[in-house]
Design a protein around this ligand. Sequence first.
Ligand code: GDP
Length: 457
Amino acid sequence: MLVGRPNVGKSTLFNRMTGSRRAIVAPVAGTTRDALTRPVEWGGAAFDLFDTGGLFGASEDPLHELVVQQGQRAIVGADLLVMLVDGREGLVPGDERIAKDLRQTGHPVIVAINKTDDKRAQASLTEFYELGFDPVIEISAEHGHGVAELLDEIVKRIGTRDSGFGTRQAGESRESQIPNPESREETRIAIVGRPNVGKSSLVNRLLREERVLVSEMPGTTRDAIDVPLMWHRRHFRIVDTAGMRRPGRVGGGKAGAPGGKVEFVSVALAKEAIADADVVALLIDANEGATDQDAAIGGEVDRAGRGIVIIANKWDLVKSQDQNFVKKFDDDLRFKMRFLDYAPILHISALTGERAGKVIETMDRIAVSRRTRVPTPALNKFVQEITAANPPVSSGRKHVRIMYAAQIGVAPPSFVFFTNVATTFHFSYERFLVNQLRQKFGFVGSPIRVQVRRRKK
Ligand code: GDP
Protein backbone atom coordinates (compact mmCIF):
# COMPACT_ATOMS: atom_id res chain seq x y z
CA MET A 1 0.00 0.00 0.00
CA LEU A 2 1.16 3.49 -0.87
CA VAL A 3 0.98 6.06 1.89
CA GLY A 4 2.18 9.63 2.08
CA ARG A 5 1.27 13.29 2.34
CA PRO A 6 -0.59 14.97 -0.51
CA ASN A 7 1.58 15.94 -3.47
CA VAL A 8 4.51 13.70 -2.69
CA GLY A 9 3.76 11.87 -5.93
CA LYS A 10 1.65 8.89 -4.95
CA SER A 11 -0.52 8.97 -8.06
CA THR A 12 2.48 9.26 -10.34
CA LEU A 13 4.17 6.35 -8.64
CA PHE A 14 0.96 4.36 -8.63
CA ASN A 15 0.61 4.83 -12.37
CA ARG A 16 4.20 3.95 -12.96
CA MET A 17 3.99 0.75 -10.94
CA THR A 18 0.65 -0.42 -12.27
CA GLY A 19 1.21 0.81 -15.77
CA SER A 20 -2.22 2.36 -15.69
CA ARG A 21 -3.38 5.88 -16.14
CA ARG A 22 -5.43 6.86 -13.22
CA ALA A 23 -8.53 8.81 -14.05
CA ILE A 24 -8.41 12.40 -12.95
CA VAL A 25 -11.33 12.53 -10.60
CA ALA A 26 -13.27 15.69 -10.09
CA PRO A 27 -12.85 17.04 -6.56
CA VAL A 28 -16.28 16.00 -5.43
CA ALA A 29 -16.49 14.89 -1.83
CA GLY A 30 -16.28 11.14 -1.68
CA THR A 31 -14.91 10.40 -5.10
CA THR A 32 -11.31 11.49 -4.75
CA ARG A 33 -11.11 9.65 -1.51
CA ASP A 34 -11.95 6.32 -2.92
CA ALA A 35 -8.79 4.42 -2.67
CA LEU A 36 -7.62 2.62 -5.75
CA THR A 37 -6.38 -0.92 -6.09
CA ARG A 38 -4.61 -2.40 -9.09
CA PRO A 39 -2.78 -5.66 -9.63
CA VAL A 40 0.97 -5.50 -10.20
CA GLU A 41 3.26 -8.20 -11.48
CA TRP A 42 6.98 -8.07 -11.02
CA GLY A 43 9.75 -10.64 -11.04
CA GLY A 44 7.30 -13.54 -11.12
CA ALA A 45 5.34 -12.25 -8.16
CA ALA A 46 1.92 -10.68 -8.15
CA PHE A 47 0.40 -8.33 -5.61
CA ASP A 48 -2.32 -5.74 -5.34
CA LEU A 49 -1.15 -2.17 -5.04
CA PHE A 50 -3.40 0.03 -3.04
CA ASP A 51 -3.15 3.81 -3.23
CA THR A 52 -4.52 5.66 -0.26
CA GLY A 53 -4.92 8.72 -2.48
CA GLY A 54 -6.29 11.56 -0.40
CA LEU A 55 -6.79 9.47 2.70
CA PHE A 56 -4.23 11.46 4.62
CA GLY A 57 -3.49 15.03 5.36
CA ALA A 58 -6.72 16.84 4.44
CA SER A 59 -6.97 18.41 7.86
CA GLU A 60 -9.44 21.18 7.03
CA ASP A 61 -11.89 18.74 5.60
CA PRO A 62 -14.90 18.15 7.88
CA LEU A 63 -14.74 14.52 6.86
CA HIS A 64 -11.13 14.38 7.94
CA GLU A 65 -11.67 12.20 10.97
CA LEU A 66 -13.70 9.70 9.03
CA VAL A 67 -11.22 9.72 6.20
CA VAL A 68 -8.29 9.22 8.51
CA GLN A 69 -10.11 6.36 10.16
CA GLN A 70 -10.67 4.74 6.80
CA GLY A 71 -7.05 5.25 5.93
CA GLN A 72 -5.95 3.72 9.17
CA ARG A 73 -8.25 0.77 8.70
CA ALA A 74 -6.88 0.30 5.24
CA ILE A 75 -3.25 0.35 6.32
CA VAL A 76 -3.95 -2.14 9.05
CA GLY A 77 -5.21 -4.56 6.43
CA ALA A 78 -2.15 -4.18 4.22
CA ASP A 79 0.75 -6.62 4.20
CA LEU A 80 3.39 -4.08 3.38
CA LEU A 81 3.45 -0.31 3.42
CA VAL A 82 5.38 1.96 1.11
CA MET A 83 5.71 5.39 2.62
CA LEU A 84 6.37 7.98 -0.03
CA VAL A 85 8.11 11.20 0.95
CA ASP A 86 9.22 14.26 -0.96
CA GLY A 87 12.99 14.49 -1.28
CA ARG A 88 12.77 18.06 -2.43
CA GLU A 89 10.96 19.25 0.66
CA GLY A 90 12.95 17.11 3.05
CA LEU A 91 11.54 15.60 6.21
CA VAL A 92 8.51 17.52 7.49
CA PRO A 93 6.35 17.00 10.61
CA GLY A 94 3.54 15.55 8.48
CA ASP A 95 5.85 12.70 7.52
CA GLU A 96 6.59 12.01 11.14
CA ARG A 97 2.90 11.86 12.00
CA ILE A 98 2.25 9.37 9.23
CA ALA A 99 5.30 7.33 10.26
CA LYS A 100 3.91 7.13 13.76
CA ASP A 101 0.63 5.72 12.48
CA LEU A 102 2.42 3.24 10.28
CA ARG A 103 4.66 2.12 13.09
CA GLN A 104 1.62 1.30 15.19
CA THR A 105 0.39 -1.20 12.66
CA GLY A 106 3.50 -3.29 13.18
CA HIS A 107 3.65 -3.90 9.41
CA PRO A 108 6.90 -3.67 7.47
CA VAL A 109 7.45 -0.24 5.93
CA ILE A 110 9.61 0.72 2.98
CA VAL A 111 10.43 4.41 2.63
CA ALA A 112 10.62 5.70 -0.93
CA ILE A 113 12.09 9.18 -1.33
CA ASN A 114 10.56 10.69 -4.43
CA LYS A 115 11.75 13.52 -6.67
CA THR A 116 15.39 12.63 -6.15
CA ASP A 117 16.06 13.62 -9.77
CA ASP A 118 15.82 17.20 -8.57
CA LYS A 119 19.11 18.77 -7.52
CA ARG A 120 17.49 20.35 -4.50
CA ALA A 121 16.69 16.90 -3.19
CA GLN A 122 20.26 15.71 -2.79
CA ALA A 123 21.16 17.65 0.34
CA SER A 124 18.67 16.25 2.78
CA LEU A 125 18.14 12.61 1.91
CA THR A 126 19.74 11.06 4.96
CA GLU A 127 17.29 12.75 7.30
CA PHE A 128 14.59 10.36 6.14
CA TYR A 129 16.37 7.62 8.02
CA GLU A 130 15.08 9.36 11.12
CA LEU A 131 11.68 7.91 10.35
CA GLY A 132 13.13 4.67 11.59
CA PHE A 133 12.21 2.42 8.68
CA ASP A 134 14.35 0.14 6.61
CA PRO A 135 15.02 0.12 3.70
CA VAL A 136 15.05 3.68 2.40
CA ILE A 137 15.07 3.89 -1.40
CA GLU A 138 15.62 6.89 -3.63
CA ILE A 139 13.32 7.13 -6.59
CA SER A 140 11.89 9.43 -9.19
CA ALA A 141 8.33 8.42 -9.97
CA GLU A 142 8.21 10.79 -12.88
CA HIS A 143 11.37 9.59 -14.58
CA GLY A 144 11.21 6.04 -13.32
CA HIS A 145 14.56 5.99 -11.54
CA GLY A 146 14.70 3.56 -8.66
CA VAL A 147 11.21 2.21 -9.26
CA ALA A 148 12.60 -1.19 -10.29
CA GLU A 149 14.60 -1.31 -7.05
CA LEU A 150 11.50 -0.40 -5.12
CA LEU A 151 9.56 -3.20 -6.80
CA ASP A 152 12.42 -5.60 -6.05
CA GLU A 153 12.26 -4.66 -2.39
CA ILE A 154 8.49 -5.08 -2.32
CA VAL A 155 8.63 -8.48 -3.97
CA LYS A 156 11.46 -9.55 -1.70
CA ARG A 157 9.27 -8.85 1.30
CA ILE A 158 5.95 -10.21 0.18
CA GLY A 159 7.46 -13.02 -1.86
CA THR A 160 8.61 -14.79 1.28
CA ARG A 161 5.15 -14.84 2.81
CA ASP A 162 3.55 -18.26 2.71
CA SER A 163 0.14 -16.66 2.43
CA GLY A 164 0.75 -15.92 -1.22
CA PHE A 165 1.59 -12.62 -2.77
CA GLY A 166 0.59 -9.71 -0.71
CA THR A 167 -2.90 -8.57 -0.13
CA ARG A 168 -4.74 -10.55 -2.72
CA GLN A 169 -5.92 -13.39 -0.53
CA ALA A 170 -5.89 -11.45 2.68
CA GLY A 171 -9.01 -9.46 2.00
CA GLU A 172 -11.52 -11.14 4.27
CA SER A 173 -10.85 -10.69 7.92
CA ARG A 174 -9.18 -7.33 8.02
CA GLU A 175 -11.26 -6.01 10.87
CA SER A 176 -9.84 -8.61 13.18
CA GLN A 177 -6.30 -7.53 12.41
CA ILE A 178 -6.68 -4.07 13.88
CA PRO A 179 -4.31 -4.07 16.80
CA ASN A 180 -5.62 -3.05 20.15
CA PRO A 181 -3.53 0.02 21.07
CA GLU A 182 -3.28 -1.11 24.66
CA SER A 183 -1.94 -4.51 23.74
CA ARG A 184 0.93 -2.81 21.93
CA GLU A 185 2.27 -1.67 25.24
CA GLU A 186 1.89 -5.04 26.86
CA THR A 187 5.09 -6.79 27.74
CA ARG A 188 5.03 -10.46 26.91
CA ILE A 189 7.11 -12.48 29.30
CA ALA A 190 8.43 -15.99 28.76
CA ILE A 191 9.85 -17.94 31.65
CA VAL A 192 12.16 -20.60 30.30
CA GLY A 193 14.70 -23.03 31.63
CA ARG A 194 15.37 -26.68 32.16
CA PRO A 195 12.82 -28.86 33.96
CA ASN A 196 12.71 -28.38 37.72
CA VAL A 197 14.60 -25.11 37.83
CA GLY A 198 11.49 -23.54 39.35
CA LYS A 199 9.58 -21.98 36.48
CA SER A 200 6.14 -22.83 37.85
CA SER A 201 7.21 -21.78 41.29
CA LEU A 202 8.33 -18.43 39.94
CA VAL A 203 5.04 -17.86 38.13
CA ASN A 204 3.14 -18.60 41.30
CA ARG A 205 5.45 -16.36 43.25
CA LEU A 206 4.97 -13.50 40.80
CA LEU A 207 1.23 -13.87 41.09
CA ARG A 208 1.51 -13.47 44.84
CA GLU A 209 3.74 -10.42 44.61
CA GLU A 210 2.53 -7.23 46.10
CA ARG A 211 1.03 -4.82 43.61
CA VAL A 212 0.65 -7.50 40.98
CA LEU A 213 -2.93 -7.77 39.83
CA VAL A 214 -4.00 -10.82 37.98
CA SER A 215 -6.62 -9.84 35.47
CA GLU A 216 -9.25 -11.92 33.69
CA MET A 217 -7.66 -15.18 34.68
CA PRO A 218 -9.53 -18.15 33.30
CA GLY A 219 -9.77 -20.68 36.11
CA THR A 220 -6.65 -21.43 38.07
CA THR A 221 -3.11 -20.67 36.99
CA ARG A 222 -2.65 -24.34 36.43
CA ASP A 223 -4.91 -24.32 33.39
CA ALA A 224 -4.01 -20.94 32.04
CA ILE A 225 -1.88 -20.79 28.95
CA ASP A 226 -1.19 -17.07 29.14
CA VAL A 227 -1.41 -15.22 32.40
CA PRO A 228 -2.14 -11.50 32.10
CA LEU A 229 -1.04 -9.36 35.00
CA MET A 230 -0.59 -5.77 35.96
CA TRP A 231 2.17 -4.15 37.93
CA HIS A 232 2.32 -0.42 38.60
CA ARG A 233 -0.41 0.06 36.00
CA ARG A 234 1.67 -1.64 33.37
CA HIS A 235 0.45 -4.64 31.47
CA PHE A 236 2.32 -7.90 31.28
CA ARG A 237 1.48 -11.32 30.05
CA ILE A 238 3.31 -14.47 30.99
CA VAL A 239 3.11 -16.52 27.84
CA ASP A 240 3.02 -20.24 27.33
CA THR A 241 2.75 -21.24 30.95
CA ALA A 242 1.22 -24.51 29.78
CA GLY A 243 4.23 -25.26 27.56
CA MET A 244 6.62 -24.82 30.40
CA ARG A 245 4.88 -27.51 32.39
CA ARG A 246 4.88 -30.12 29.70
CA PRO A 247 8.34 -31.60 30.26
CA GLY A 248 7.51 -32.20 33.90
CA ARG A 249 4.55 -34.28 32.89
CA VAL A 250 6.57 -36.20 30.35
CA GLY A 251 9.56 -36.91 32.51
CA GLY A 252 7.79 -37.68 35.76
CA GLY A 253 10.23 -37.35 38.66
CA LYS A 254 13.72 -35.95 38.27
CA ALA A 255 13.74 -34.75 34.70
CA GLY A 256 16.71 -32.45 34.97
CA ALA A 257 19.47 -34.94 34.26
CA PRO A 258 21.71 -33.50 31.57
CA GLY A 259 21.96 -34.95 28.09
CA GLY A 260 18.67 -36.82 27.94
CA LYS A 261 15.67 -36.54 25.69
CA VAL A 262 13.89 -34.24 28.10
CA GLU A 263 16.72 -31.75 27.75
CA PHE A 264 16.12 -31.62 24.06
CA VAL A 265 12.41 -31.16 24.61
CA SER A 266 13.00 -28.25 26.95
CA VAL A 267 15.01 -26.32 24.37
CA ALA A 268 12.39 -26.94 21.70
CA LEU A 269 9.62 -25.77 24.01
CA ALA A 270 11.63 -22.77 25.12
CA LYS A 271 12.02 -21.82 21.47
CA GLU A 272 8.27 -21.49 21.04
CA ALA A 273 7.88 -19.40 24.14
CA ILE A 274 10.84 -17.19 23.17
CA ALA A 275 9.37 -16.51 19.75
CA ASP A 276 6.23 -15.34 21.45
CA ALA A 277 7.83 -13.03 24.02
CA ASP A 278 9.30 -9.56 24.37
CA VAL A 279 11.39 -10.35 27.39
CA VAL A 280 12.62 -13.74 28.53
CA ALA A 281 13.47 -14.84 32.05
CA LEU A 282 16.06 -17.59 31.73
CA LEU A 283 15.98 -19.56 34.93
CA ILE A 284 18.97 -21.53 36.04
CA ASP A 285 19.45 -23.60 39.13
CA ALA A 286 21.80 -21.81 41.52
CA ASN A 287 23.07 -25.12 42.82
CA GLU A 288 24.17 -26.30 39.44
CA GLY A 289 25.20 -23.09 37.73
CA ALA A 290 24.77 -22.66 33.99
CA THR A 291 24.76 -25.84 31.94
CA ASP A 292 25.24 -26.24 28.19
CA GLN A 293 21.52 -26.55 27.88
CA ASP A 294 21.02 -23.19 29.58
CA ALA A 295 23.54 -21.67 27.22
CA ALA A 296 21.67 -23.17 24.26
CA ILE A 297 18.43 -21.57 25.40
CA GLY A 298 20.24 -18.28 26.02
CA GLY A 299 21.62 -18.45 22.48
CA GLU A 300 18.08 -18.77 21.15
CA VAL A 301 17.01 -15.66 23.00
CA ASP A 302 19.94 -13.68 21.64
CA ARG A 303 19.33 -14.83 18.06
CA ALA A 304 15.64 -14.05 18.32
CA GLY A 305 16.49 -10.51 19.45
CA ARG A 306 14.47 -10.73 22.64
CA GLY A 307 15.19 -9.04 25.94
CA ILE A 308 16.64 -11.29 28.62
CA VAL A 309 17.28 -11.47 32.34
CA ILE A 310 19.19 -14.41 33.76
CA ILE A 311 17.72 -15.62 37.03
CA ALA A 312 19.64 -17.86 39.37
CA ASN A 313 16.86 -19.52 41.32
CA LYS A 314 16.98 -21.57 44.53
CA TRP A 315 19.43 -19.09 45.99
CA ASP A 316 18.12 -20.13 49.43
CA LEU A 317 19.95 -23.43 48.94
CA VAL A 318 23.26 -21.82 48.22
CA LYS A 319 25.24 -22.42 51.39
CA SER A 320 27.98 -19.87 51.23
CA GLN A 321 26.49 -16.42 50.81
CA ASP A 322 29.63 -14.30 51.08
CA GLN A 323 30.46 -11.72 48.44
CA ASN A 324 33.24 -13.78 46.92
CA PHE A 325 30.88 -16.60 46.22
CA VAL A 326 28.45 -14.34 44.42
CA LYS A 327 31.24 -12.91 42.34
CA LYS A 328 32.60 -16.32 41.48
CA PHE A 329 29.15 -17.56 40.62
CA ASP A 330 28.48 -14.61 38.32
CA ASP A 331 31.90 -14.81 36.69
CA ASP A 332 31.33 -18.44 35.92
CA LEU A 333 27.90 -17.67 34.52
CA ARG A 334 29.24 -14.85 32.38
CA PHE A 335 31.98 -17.10 31.08
CA LYS A 336 29.53 -19.79 30.02
CA MET A 337 27.19 -17.25 28.46
CA ARG A 338 29.63 -14.73 27.06
CA PHE A 339 27.25 -13.76 24.29
CA LEU A 340 24.72 -12.59 26.89
CA ASP A 341 27.05 -10.07 28.49
CA TYR A 342 24.23 -7.51 28.35
CA ALA A 343 21.80 -9.58 30.43
CA PRO A 344 21.24 -8.59 34.06
CA ILE A 345 21.65 -11.42 36.58
CA LEU A 346 19.30 -11.82 39.54
CA HIS A 347 19.70 -14.19 42.47
CA ILE A 348 16.34 -15.18 43.84
CA SER A 349 14.36 -17.82 45.64
CA ALA A 350 10.97 -18.53 44.18
CA LEU A 351 10.34 -20.64 47.28
CA THR A 352 10.98 -18.01 49.94
CA GLY A 353 10.32 -14.98 47.77
CA GLU A 354 13.75 -13.57 48.40
CA ARG A 355 14.44 -10.81 45.81
CA ALA A 356 11.59 -12.14 43.65
CA GLY A 357 10.21 -8.61 43.59
CA LYS A 358 13.13 -7.66 41.38
CA VAL A 359 11.98 -9.94 38.60
CA ILE A 360 9.12 -7.89 37.19
CA GLU A 361 10.90 -4.65 37.94
CA THR A 362 13.91 -5.78 35.89
CA MET A 363 11.81 -7.13 33.05
CA ASP A 364 9.92 -3.87 32.88
CA ARG A 365 13.16 -1.93 32.70
CA ILE A 366 14.36 -4.17 29.87
CA ALA A 367 11.06 -3.86 27.99
CA VAL A 368 11.09 -0.08 28.23
CA SER A 369 14.72 0.31 27.22
CA ARG A 370 14.40 -1.93 24.21
CA ARG A 371 11.52 0.15 22.90
CA THR A 372 13.54 3.34 23.29
CA ARG A 373 14.27 5.49 20.28
CA VAL A 374 17.33 7.66 20.43
CA PRO A 375 16.64 11.03 18.77
CA THR A 376 18.86 11.32 15.72
CA PRO A 377 20.60 14.55 16.79
CA ALA A 378 21.57 12.98 20.12
CA LEU A 379 22.76 9.86 18.34
CA ASN A 380 24.92 11.81 15.95
CA LYS A 381 26.39 13.96 18.66
CA PHE A 382 27.34 10.76 20.40
CA VAL A 383 28.81 9.31 17.20
CA GLN A 384 30.93 12.42 16.69
CA GLU A 385 32.23 12.27 20.22
CA ILE A 386 33.20 8.63 20.28
CA THR A 387 34.62 8.50 16.78
CA ALA A 388 36.72 11.58 17.48
CA ALA A 389 38.30 9.74 20.39
CA ASN A 390 38.22 6.26 18.82
CA PRO A 391 37.92 6.27 15.04
CA PRO A 392 37.19 2.98 13.26
CA VAL A 393 40.25 0.95 12.35
CA SER A 394 41.19 1.49 8.73
CA SER A 395 42.45 -1.53 6.90
CA GLY A 396 43.00 -0.07 3.44
CA ARG A 397 44.57 3.15 2.35
CA LYS A 398 41.47 5.20 2.89
CA HIS A 399 40.53 6.57 6.27
CA VAL A 400 37.28 5.07 7.52
CA ARG A 401 34.96 7.72 8.80
CA ILE A 402 31.46 7.41 10.23
CA MET A 403 29.46 10.15 8.61
CA TYR A 404 26.07 9.65 10.11
CA ALA A 405 24.03 7.21 12.14
CA ALA A 406 20.35 6.51 12.58
CA GLN A 407 18.25 4.20 14.65
CA ILE A 408 16.26 2.08 12.26
CA GLY A 409 14.36 -0.03 14.70
CA VAL A 410 13.43 -0.93 18.24
CA ALA A 411 12.95 -4.23 20.05
CA PRO A 412 15.76 -4.98 19.51
CA PRO A 413 17.31 -1.54 19.09
CA SER A 414 18.86 -1.43 15.60
CA PHE A 415 21.21 1.14 14.18
CA VAL A 416 22.72 1.93 10.83
CA PHE A 417 26.10 3.63 10.53
CA PHE A 418 26.98 5.34 7.29
CA THR A 419 30.64 5.43 6.43
CA ASN A 420 32.71 6.82 3.60
CA VAL A 421 34.21 3.46 2.60
CA ALA A 422 33.71 0.45 4.83
CA THR A 423 30.75 -1.85 4.54
CA THR A 424 31.57 -3.70 7.72
CA PHE A 425 33.39 -2.80 10.89
CA HIS A 426 35.94 -4.98 12.50
CA PHE A 427 34.23 -7.26 15.00
CA SER A 428 35.89 -5.55 17.94
CA TYR A 429 34.94 -2.10 16.74
CA GLU A 430 31.33 -3.07 16.34
CA ARG A 431 31.41 -4.43 19.85
CA PHE A 432 32.91 -1.20 21.07
CA LEU A 433 30.15 0.83 19.42
CA VAL A 434 27.45 -1.40 20.84
CA ASN A 435 28.88 -1.10 24.35
CA GLN A 436 29.11 2.66 24.03
CA LEU A 437 25.49 2.83 22.85
CA ARG A 438 24.46 0.77 25.85
CA GLN A 439 26.28 2.94 28.31
CA LYS A 440 25.21 6.21 26.83
CA PHE A 441 21.54 5.46 26.22
CA GLY A 442 20.89 2.88 28.90
CA PHE A 443 19.96 -0.09 26.71
CA VAL A 444 19.80 -2.94 29.15
CA GLY A 445 19.09 -6.62 28.69
CA SER A 446 18.62 -6.60 24.94
CA PRO A 447 20.85 -7.34 22.00
CA ILE A 448 21.66 -4.35 19.78
CA ARG A 449 21.81 -4.79 16.02
CA VAL A 450 24.23 -2.78 13.94
CA GLN A 451 24.45 -2.33 10.19
CA VAL A 452 27.12 -0.50 8.30
CA ARG A 453 26.52 1.08 4.93
CA ARG A 454 28.54 3.10 2.60
CA ARG A 455 27.09 6.53 2.15
CA LYS A 456 26.28 7.03 -1.52
CA LYS A 457 27.57 10.19 -3.07
P1 GDP B 1 9.69 -26.16 36.70
O1 GDP B 1 9.76 -27.54 36.17
O2 GDP B 1 10.82 -25.35 36.15
O3 GDP B 1 8.38 -25.49 36.54
O4 GDP B 1 10.01 -26.25 38.26
P2 GDP B 1 8.99 -26.19 39.51
O5 GDP B 1 8.55 -24.80 39.74
O6 GDP B 1 7.98 -27.25 39.37
O7 GDP B 1 10.00 -26.53 40.71
C1 GDP B 1 10.70 -27.75 40.78
C2 GDP B 1 11.04 -28.04 42.24
O8 GDP B 1 11.98 -27.07 42.72
C3 GDP B 1 9.85 -27.99 43.17
O9 GDP B 1 10.00 -29.02 44.11
C4 GDP B 1 9.96 -26.62 43.84
O10 GDP B 1 9.39 -26.60 45.13
C5 GDP B 1 11.46 -26.44 43.91
N1 GDP B 1 11.84 -25.02 43.91
C6 GDP B 1 11.46 -24.07 43.03
N2 GDP B 1 12.02 -22.87 43.33
C7 GDP B 1 12.78 -23.08 44.44
C8 GDP B 1 13.61 -22.21 45.25
O11 GDP B 1 13.78 -21.02 45.03
N3 GDP B 1 14.25 -22.80 46.30
C9 GDP B 1 14.09 -24.12 46.59
N4 GDP B 1 14.75 -24.58 47.64
N5 GDP B 1 13.33 -24.94 45.86
C10 GDP B 1 12.67 -24.44 44.80
